[in-house]
Design a protein around this ligand. Structure first.
Ligand SMILES: C[S@@+](CC[C@H](N)C(=O)[O-])C[C@H]1O[C@@H](n2cnc3c(N)ncnc32)[C@H](O)[C@@H]1O
Length: 286
């Protein structure tokens, strides 16, 4: 907790649960950061676990964040700029959900609000109440996760939303909706780029790529590997998470890449027995 303008603020944390979220890996990611770096780039932002760690631990750290999911990116700017209106809208969702959770959940899932506040509060409301807190859309971009089994979901985490808003305002973090490759234009020598893309499947059943209506293909993975090489040539520090798959290991097996296997827990799996430890890769060029 920190004190600001006479107000106690909790440390900001991800405001959505996101498939592949990195909260549990923060200690090991932290150990693997370079000692010094310029701007921090996170082009597959998702819930932004490492971003919030950066903003909490490194006062004044310059950050540039982006993701291809436009509703998700909008929610970061809404929280930064209009957090009080967002909290009111979420409280309204909470009240209606308590009256008839099933009816209300599916009516909001079918809705297609136009305003910035309503779009963001819909995303957060669905994320808090859907099955497993998963964000998944079908090929038409329609959110398609069923209602979750929660007796009392925490729909409005006011303290955290205010804390996220505060840190995004005071850090002047740049927030963009764009494809990951655009990072090459902005990153300079000495900057740090952390890539946490949708993972390369290690088996046919482990194929979760529903963050946006475009799935992450083998071509995207090749584009990413080329981009890592270009960033390395520019003198950037590159850190990359991915699954412990042969394709990824082969792509990064030559210098300057150091490929480390780390133990991780998969947090989103409908079968809780499959949420046990597994290995994934942490790759870096420094
Ligand atoms: C594994 S998640 C990131 C999880 C994040 N590190 C966290 O802690 O929550 C991958 C993210 O990549 C985004 N994404 C997928 N394809 C993309 C692309 N071509 N360019 C940029 N972002 C993309 C998805 O929308 C998703 O949010």
């Amino acid at each position: 907790m920190k004190q600001q303008y006479g107000q106690i603020l909790t440390s900001p944390k991800p405001f959505v649960k996101w498939a592949g979220g990195k909260r549990q890996l923060i200690p090991i990611l932290n150990e693997n950061l370079p000692e010094t770096f310029g701007t921090y780039f996170e082009p597959f932002l998702g819930g932004g676990a490492l971003l919030f760690h950066m903003l909490t631990e490194r006062n004044g750290q310059k950050c540039s964040i982006s993701d291809l999911n436009s509703d998700l990116v909008l929610s970061y700017t809404t929280i930064r700029d209009r957090v009080e209106s967002l909290i009111s809208s979420l409280k309204n969702h909470e009240k209606n959900y308590q009256k008839d959770s099933k009816f209300y959940y599916y009516s909001i899932r079918e809705s297609n609000p136009r305003s910035q506040i309503e779009k963001t509060s819909r995303l957060i409301f669905l994320n808090r109440t859907c099955f497993n807190g998963l964000y998944r859309v079908n090929s038409k971009g329609k959110f398609n996760v069923p209602l979750g089994k929660y007796s009392n979901p925490n729909i409005v985490n006011e303290d955290n939303l205010r804390s996220v808003s505060n840190v995004l305002q005071s850090s002047k973090t740049s927030i963009k909706c764009r494809d990951f490759e655009a990072v090459l234009r902005d990153a300079k020598q000495g900057d740090l780029v952390y890539f946490d893309p949708p993972y390369q499947p290690v088996s046919n059943t482990a194929n979760f790529t529903g963050y946006t209506n475009k799935s992450f293909t083998c071509d995207d993975l090749s584009r990413l590997a080329d981009l890592c090489t270009d960033l390395d040539s520019k003198g950037c520090n590159v850190l990359l998470s991915n699954s412990n798959s042969k394709e990824v290991t082969d792509m990064f097996s030559s210098k300057p890449w150091k490929v480390n296997k780390i133990k991780a827990n998969r947090s989103i799996n409908s079968n809780s027995k499959k949420r046990t430890g597994h290995f994934e890769l942490l790759i870096k060029n420094y």
